[in-house]
Write a protein that binds this ligand. Structure first.
Ligand SMILES: Cc1cc2nc3c(=O)[nH]c(=O)nc-3n(C[C@H](O)[C@H](O)[C@H](O)COP(=O)(O)OP(=O)(O)OC[C@H]3O[C@@H](n4cnc5c(N)ncnc54)[C@H](O)[C@@H]3O)c2cc1C
Ligand code: SF4
Ligand code: SF4
Length: 424
């Protein structure tokens, strides 16, 4: 405390990505007194967690954690949130970075009360990206029921159409501005935390598992939306081909992960996600049979192992050690048959089910489009933290596949690393 340290060139921190990791880093840094700019490309905060139905292992809704964080953000004037915003460029050095941010138009300003008249006025519909295209919504919409900020947005797909004019004319609060244009701005910050998270691996690339060819094969993230009250079926798990209640569901583990042709690593969360989703099916359909095909079940730590044990004791859930090699569809019933070799008995198994859920893994957001800064990556696109160089850090799933608890711990650590940069 008696040391006479040089003041940092900038005392601010930029956090890129407003998922659970970015929110945690932003809050931890702001709550000890630092100014934070939180840059999120979606029109809402919360990231992938906002799309989940329940969290393992407690099975509470994601609102539990997210709403507390949103309240903390609202109460903290040190955090400036930019939604629909992306970083175009970061130049500089630890303690003194210049970041160029592009803010895309929302076409709706802060007058919005959330009344919904604009949506009612629209005649056409656009695919609902939040629900992975499983339903359609009006082109003026609230991204999801607990969206923060709680403000409508106009889809770029309707700009220039009659629907955009109908939406504007229906708004009594002068909240719709069809002339909004993209803006760029510069921020001077001392440290940057990249919390850009992950994307579900593109299941259409796993040829042998039939996703995209057979309607009753879905991904685990689609299952989260099917089970969620705000999802395309209002929370009822129905098989997509005929909206019928499934009597049997197969889960295919390591769909793309631990496979040199796709993602060579373990995605860490998809065993727990399938065990959790088995409880969604059991809660809605007590007689349904569930078959989980796995290479190994990875349920790290005492609490997850306890959850796994509980699932194993369920007499309607069958865990089969065997990697699924192929799938086929019965064109009349639309049932799907999976074929695997039982790794314990060596016998070939054919299991038919009404629905199949692929436990697809996580791919870092930076795998396909590199971030606009001087960063190092693993071969798979995860950002490598160079603590010797400092200044820029990756938190949460931008750095490695992780569950929410690990992301929170890691993101808190990265807030501290960012603060240390400002202090040096
Ligand atoms: C099927 C499934 C179920 C799961 N269930 C659970 C569970 O029950 N419990 C649990 O603990 N974990 C669960 N997880 C894991 C959980 O989803 C992750 O731990 C969590 O999403 C990681 O948060 P994150 O903030 O690191 O990344 P994300 O949630 O991906 O958030 C990243 C954010 O950054 C934004 N972004 C990306 N690129 C940019 C950019 N260039 N500029 C600006 N913004 C950008 C994104 O829009 C997003 O908002 C599950 C995962 C799956 C696949
Ligand atoms: S933009 Fe206007 S009409 Fe639409 S929800 Fe907001 S206040 Fe209501
Ligand atoms: S968590 Fe389970 S399903 Fe996911 S990649 Fe690892 S072993 Fe496979």
């Amino acid at each position: 405390m008696t040391e006479n340290r040089q003041a940092p060139a900038s005392g601010s921190i930029m956090v890129v990505g407003g998922g659970i990791s970015g929110l945690t880093t932003a809050l931890e840094a702001a709550e000890v007194g630092y100014e934070v700019f939180l840059v999120e490309k979606n029109p809402y905060l919360g990231g992938r967690v906002a799309q989940l139905n329940q969290y393992f292992p407690k099975l509470c809704p994601p609102t539990c954690g997210l709403e507390i964080n949103f309240r903390r953000i609202k109460d903290n004037p040190r955090i400036k949130v930019f939604t629909l915003a992306e970083v175009e460029k970061v130049d500089g050095e630890p303690g003194n970075y210049e970041a160029v941010i592009r803010i895309n138009p929302r076409y709706v300003n802060e007058n919005c009360t959330g009344c919904g008249s604009c949506a009612q006025a629209c005649q056409g519909e656009v695919p609902n990206d939040f629900n992975f295209g499983m339903n359609r919504i009006k082109g003026a919409y609230l991204p999801h029921e607990m969206a923060f900020p709680s403000r409508y947005v106009l889809s770029p797909r309707i700009i220039g159409t009659e629907d955009a004019k109908r939406a504007r004319d229906a708004c009594k609060y002068d909240a719709i501005d069809l002339d909004m244009a993209p803006k760029t701005m510069s921020l001077n910050v001392g440290a940057v935390v990249w919390a850009t998270g992950w994307e579900p691996y593109d299941a259409t690339r796993i040829d042998n598992l039939g996703f995209g060819r057979y309607p009753n094969i879905i991904t685990n993230m689609m299952m989260e939306r099917l089970a969620a009250p705000g999802g395309p079926t209002a929370g009822k798990i129905l098989r997509p081909s005929d909206d019928r209640a499934p009597e049997s569901v197969v889960f295919v583990q390591c769909a793309g992960s631990r496979d040199e042709n796709h993602l060579p690593y373990c995605s860490y969360i998809c065993c727990m996600a399938s065990l959790k989703q088995a409880t969604y099916v059991r809660a809605q359909y007590p007689d349904a049979k569930i078959y989980i095909f796995y290479i190994d079940i990875r349920s790290p730590g005492h609490r997850y192992e306890k959850f796994y044990k509980m699932i194993k004791e369920d007499e309607n859930i069958f865990l089969i050690k065997g990697k699924v090699a192929e799938v086929s569809e019965n064109p009349e019933t639309r049932a799907v048959t999976v074929v695997a070799e039982n790794a314990v008995t060596g016998r070939k198994i054919r299991q038919e089910a009404d629905m199949v859920v692929l436990a697809t893994g996580m791919q870092p957001a930076a795998a396909n489009i590199k971030l606009p800064a001087d960063l190092s990556y693993t071969d798979d696109g995860f950002v490598i933290n160079d603590f010797d160089k400092g200044g820029m850090f990756a938190a949460g799933c931008a750095n490695k596949p992780a569950d929410v608890v690990s992301c929170n711990q890691n993101a808190t650590g990265m807030a501290l690393k960012a603060i240390q940069t400002l202090k040096r």
